[in-house]
Design a protein around this ligand. Structure first.
Ligand SMILES: NC(=O)c1ccc[n+]([C@@H]2O[C@H](COP(=O)([O-])OP(=O)(O)OC[C@H]3O[C@@H](n4cnc5c(N)ncnc54)[C@H](OP(=O)(O)O)[C@@H]3O)[C@@H](O)[C@H]2O)c1
Length: 273
């Protein structure tokens, strides 16, 4: 399996380290890194091949998969030279696996050709600690073997779900793509509230951070639904119940989160236009 990684920043770099940890051979990986000087140490440490631009790809280079992890704003400038990897008029060629937020399958087909095999995926930043969740969506040209390869690559940095309705990816972006920010905000808000309740700032922030991280780990390890875990720590008439009366009251956290996720979903649709 040979792999070309276009864009080796936060997400691309996290995935690359995951692949190497999982046993993909560095010699089979080529990264496109425009700033070779800045990345020299990194490239040497990982032992992957690195080129500065697509025009350095040797004639006949035919990777099995091209992972596209550049910022969405520069996609239209970056991608066109990679269209040469898609054989004209025949099926075959690599599968392009994009993790760019909001970039539709159609926008890739417009650049790479309508016969290109494309998987649009939405990961999230816990991928950098191997705890991401990614949802992938293939176009009609992706073979079963290519889908399996993409799932394996995405699985190196966390869980993978697969959908065939691309329209779902806006809501996926709103829930899991943007979701880590909501959880960081929760830790911020709890730290602030603890300070307001009289705790020393440092202690309050530490309690909030450890509580969010610890509860997240408990949720990760437990087979129980989140609602059951919540009920298990809520005694009738107790302190948790007093807080939850506020959080679950009219226009409480569920309503607010529903509004927030609807706003993010709308924004994802707007950005894809
Ligand atoms: N971060 C997230 O939370 C998140 C979540 C889900 C999806 N994503 C998606 O992941 C993608 C990457 O995001 P990121 O946060 O990893 O961004 P990033 O850290 O800025 O990474 C992008 C990388 O692409 C490189 N690059 C720029 N021009 C290039 C070119 N012509 N050829 C090859 N590489 C080039 C950049 O190099 P320079 O730095 O030298 O310009 C940088 O290393 C985005 O499309 C984003 O939508 C990100």
């Amino acid at each position: 399996m040979t792999l070309l990684l276009v864009g080796c920043g936060k997400m691309g770099g996290a995935m690359l380290e995951g692949w190497l940890d999982q046993g993909i051979a560095a010699k089979d990986v080529t990264i496109v890194e425009p700033n070779q000087d800045a990345a020299r140490d990194y490239i040497q440490r990982l032992g992957v091949n690195a080129i500065a631009a697509a025009d350095e790809l040797s004639d006949g280079y035919a990777p099995d998969v091209v992972v596209v992890a550049v910022k969405p704003q520069i996609m239209a400038d970056v991608l066109p030279p990679y269209a040469k990897l898609v054989p004209e008029g025949t099926v075959g060629g690599p599968v392009f696996l994009s993790i760019a937020a909001g970039k539709t399958i159609q926008s890739f087909e417009a650049i790479l050709g309508s016969g290109a095999a494309i998987v649009r995926a939405m990961p999230n930043t816990p991928a950098s600690v191997g705890r991401g969740i990614t949802v992938g969506c293939p176009n009609a040209h992706v073979s079963e073997a290519q889908a399996a390869l993409c799932k394996t690559l995405l699985g190196a940095v966390g869980e993978v779900e697969w959908v065939t309705d691309e329209g779902l990816l806006d809501a996926v972006t709103a829930v899991s793509g943007s979701g880590p920010a909501y959880i960081f905000l929760l830790a911020e808000a709890m730290g602030h509230a603890g300070r307001m309740a009289g705790l020393p700032p440092e202690l309050s922030d530490k309690l909030a951070r450890a509580t969010v991280a610890g509860a997240g780990e408990l949720l990760h390890q437990s087979p129980l639904p989140a609602a059951t875990l919540r009920e298990n720590v809520t005694s009738p008439g107790g302190t948790t119940a007093a807080a939850l009366d506020v959080l679950m009251g009219s226009h409480g956290l569920k309503d607010l989160m529903t509004e927030a996720i609807a706003a993010a979903t709308r924004r994802s649709r707007e950005l894809a236009r």
